[in-house]
Design a protein around this ligand. Structure first.
Ligand code: BTN
Length: 242
């Protein structure tokens, strides 16, 4: 398997995109011990201290129409949850579409970036940050973030967790490509979905409302019912859910 390791890098997503622009092969995994410019979603910084966490990005060149690419993020979220379960024996939840949480706090974030033409994908990079062996978080983050060490009380071997996540991703990716959608993964994804059966607040650009969430459909949209009784399909991207 093709794995590229860095002691220090700006961001594994940036490196994967650089290779995506060149001849980087489908399936190459970029792993770093530390990032000096780790990126989160919505332009946020992803704290990336040395030696205690997982920072990795996979480069993919899937033969898919570009509109299906966002579903890959959900495939990865599920694979991370399964990898954590395999290595630690602990259950995690998925907060739609792709945060992994334990005790309502975030233990993993995923950042997908891509380069597409109208009718094909040039490449997709899926970046995964898992909080593994942090003993504590500073004031600013401790309400919202947790680590596997904090939740399980034991340190976790990062290489074993990377291997487990990638093993599950390989299986889930194959199933996704075979079906052309998330139908083979929908049930297990929904079982881990913390929003399922709950009231959620939908934040669309210029519009906010409460709704009852049911789960994802085969394309990864969140099915909700608004207070007016209207069923809506929420597409990840512009929308955020609380
Ligand atoms: C989020 O905001 O929830 C997404 C966080 C994604 C962090 C990972 S760490 C590895 C990869 N490289 C980055 O710069 N970001 C992602």
């Amino acid at each position: 398997k093709n794995i590229v390791y860095f002691d220090e890098i700006d961001s594994t997503n940036n490196r994967a995109k650089e290779l995506g622009e060149k001849d980087g092969a489908h399936g190459t995994l970029f792993v770093a011990d530390r990032q000096v410019a780790g990126k989160g979603r919505r332009g946020r910084v992803w704290e990336s201290p040395k030696g205690i966490s997982i920072y990795m990005t996979i480069l993919l060149r899937p033969d898919l129409i570009p509109t299906k690419a966002p579903m890959l993020t959900l495939v990865m979220a599920q694979s991370v949850a399964e990898g954590i379960r395999e290595v630690t024996g602990m259950e995690t939840g998925i907060k739609w579409p792709n945060d992994i949480v334990m005790n309502k706090k975030k233990v993993c974030g995923i950042l997908t970036e891509m380069s597409t033409e109208i009718d094909y994908i040039n490449y997709v990079v899926i970046g995964v940050g898992i909080n593994v062996n942090q003993k504590a978080f500073d004031e600013e983050l401790k309400e919202k973030a947790t680590s596997l060490m904090i939740e399980t009380g034991a340190s976790v071997k990062r290489s074993a967790l990377i291997a487990a996540v990638m093993k599950h991703f390989e299986k889930n990716y194959a199933l996704f490509m075979e079906n052309g959608d998330l139908s083979g993964l929908q049930e297990s994804y929904n079982e881990m979905l913390v929003n399922r059966g709950k009231e959620v607040r939908i934040l669309e650009p210029g519009n906010e409302y409460n709704a009852h969430a049911y789960g994802i459909n085969e394309t990864g949209e969140l099915i909700v019912r608004t207070q007016k009784g209207e069923e809506k399909h929420i597409f990840a991207g512009e929308v955020s859910v609380r």
